[in-house]
Design a protein around this ligand. Sequence first.
Ligand SMILES: Cc1cc2nc3c(=O)[nH]c(=O)nc-3n(C[C@H](O)[C@H](O)[C@H](O)COP(=O)(O)OP(=O)(O)OC[C@H]3O[C@@H](n4cnc5c(N)ncnc54)[C@H](O)[C@@H]3O)c2cc1C
Length: 384
Amino acid sequence: MVDFTLTPRDEELVNLAREDAAISRKYARYYDQHHELLEPVELPEAKERPDPYALLQEDATGTSGPVVTQSLLHLEYPDVRLRRDSNRFLGTKIIAYAGTAEQVERFGHLLLSIAITEPGAGSDPRAMVGSARYDEAADEWVLNGEKIYCSGFGEAAGAVVMLRGAPDEHGVRPFYSFVVEKGSPGLQVIGQVDKMGMRAWDTADFVLQDCRVPSVNKLNADFKRTLMVFNGSRAMVTAFGLKTARNMLEMVHDNLLKDGNAIDYGRGRNGRSAVHDRVIALEAWHDATKLLILHAKWSEQKQGVTDEGTMVEAAMAKAMGGMAARRITQECMDLLGPLALMEEFLAEKWFRDARIFDIFEGAGEINRLIIARWLLDYSSKDLN
Ligand SMILES: Cc1cc2nc3c(=O)[nH]c(=O)nc-3n(C[C@H](O)[C@H](O)[C@H](O)COP(=O)(O)OP(=O)(O)OC[C@H]3O[C@@H](n4cnc5c(N)ncnc54)[C@H](O)[C@@H]3O)c2cc1C
């Protein structure tokens, strides 16, 4: 039986995160317009305030558990973070579950992004051409490839990079993952990508040209084991996207209130205006997505991030959430009318921001394929 009641400690931490988001909102437009800048490590206001993520990490007693309560904090995702949080780095998470004791010791403390996408390989990583060759004499791997849209790479110490080795006896090129630290010979950072939305989101490209890394940097993580990290992060980014949608819904509500046109939820459908009906339908989408996120995180907390059930639940949350973020923000643009397009407000920014949540970490179509394969017991070869 799943109980979605928040504990008093959950409430406390969520309120802190909510207040943080309200405080940092005044910086939202600045970082939207200055997307060449990364968010600062800390905004001035952070100094006087406790960090809810750190408090949870230190002691999860009295909460709904470290994973579930963290997702409640993700649901309060701000336009600009009051302080950067290190627990979002997917490469670091891969080290935690796939690294040997030596690798955990060497790399476990580093902020590491994940670099899979290449110019011709996004939704289908199997199309990747980046290569890895073992140099036995030097006991090093020689890496070549171009990696794009790498989240967090501007701030990170490096990335876990997925590449393909030489063909085996069946002509199949295996997938390997390596830790590539900044400063490695042959790693060239291209820089930040200009984006339509989520402009404060650190996203960088880089090139590997005969980049050499010691053999200890090769992880015991093939295609499946590397991509497992998304079982945890899909619901997390969905929570970020849902917050963007909720910002829009709150703006619509404020506007209705201002016009003396507050929604009366007690009225039946026939007694409501079409506008109120639309808002209520959007709120239902929002709430259903939130429950899916919490259910996925509950499953992760119980069964672990590598569990197949967790994988499917995360894909469900992401498929639904990507669509919800798009649909809610789009319809709120309609409901807000001209206000939606005024720079004085953030609606048009949230509308732009929402789009990415149905693209990265598996676009909606890809997450629906994952769900369908599981339901129908098809392999990725059968259904792609
Ligand atoms: C801000 C940002 C941050 C990112 N962060 C990272 C990161 O940290 N690490 C990383 O490796 N990558 C990252 N990415 C890359 C992201 O994961 C890819 O953009 C995404 O996987 C989509 O790939 P693509 O852009 O090549 O689009 P495509 O794969 O070309 O997809 C285009 C469209 O076709 C649809 N489509 C594709 N294949 C199918 C199919 N088989 N059936 C039905 N429809 C299909 C897709 O759903 C999509 O709508 C990031 C991207 C952005 C924009």
